[in-house]
Design a protein around this ligand. Sequence first.
Ligand SMILES: [Mg+2]
Length: 348
Amino acid sequence: MSAGGEARSVREIGEFGLIAALRAALPAAVAEGPALAVGIGDDAAVWRPTAGEALVVTADGLVEGVHFRLDPGWTDWRSLGHKALAVNLSDLAAMGAVARLATVTLGLRGTERVADLTALYAGVGALAERAGVLIAGGDIVASPAALGIHVTAIGETRGGRVLRRAGAQPGDVVAVSGTLGASAAGLRLLQDGAAGPRGGAATASALIDAHLRPEPRLALGGMLLAGGATAAMDLSDGLLGDLPKLLAASGTGARLDAAALPVAAAVRALFPDEWLELATRGGEDYELLFTVPPEAFAALRRDADEFGATLTAIGEIAEWRAEEPVLVMRGLGGVEAPVRAGAFDHFR
Ligand SMILES: [Mg+2]
């Protein structure tokens, strides 16, 4: 395709021209591989899974105006492609699965520039290549009201095993990877705009990056499975939205310590009155929340350390009885109180 063609719109280049351009935007190692007998371009892909393993399947979509905006200064197309795949790989990471392949369905108005969509695919492709994931195909559909990027990702079990939300035991450590609240802080900075009160902060771009380019913790998920974690999930809806789901699945309660939460200094500094809210209810951290017996946690933390990842204990799993609060948090003042489970509700 000529360079001049890149300036054309989807409508001008047509569906088949677009598919060719998108495929060309993927690294070779992502569009083809020994396990992919038939890739992009046929009616369906044919892929050979590893003998003896079960498949782990997840789907997650990003919709314009709901999950991202295309206004200037918001996201770039490459980051959008990265994120659409990252949120899916994060679900596979939370299961302790090995990510293998993904399909991408684009809902388009038709007025999009081909160059923007190949940039989106370059973002998908770069993460896929790093994660060892094949892009096996997808679909392109008309979506007149809003752009949509819908990904289905497939992984494999490790030795037939996965990590689930159910399995936490009283006495287990509750822990998270990385830090909490950076993505929500970045979203606030985007909403405020560059002219906002914190727009000029030196740390603003790192926080915005945390929102636009989350890193799926795939290797860590495997480490948690091998290291004896009893339950896990990824943090998409905020700690106090997601932890209650893990507790409900496990039939347990938990005690958290607000002072132990790993919150980046930049988040505390830019949001001195709101950092705890951002860290507990902000959402889109895409870190792993997990439970593990105390004796296994120390070894896991050392392994993660060597690997360059941080794990932080933030509380403990407790027995739960009907009528009792499921979740109690010791506040920054040292007083323990029941916490309202606050899930991010997609329809509210
Ligand atoms: Mg999830």
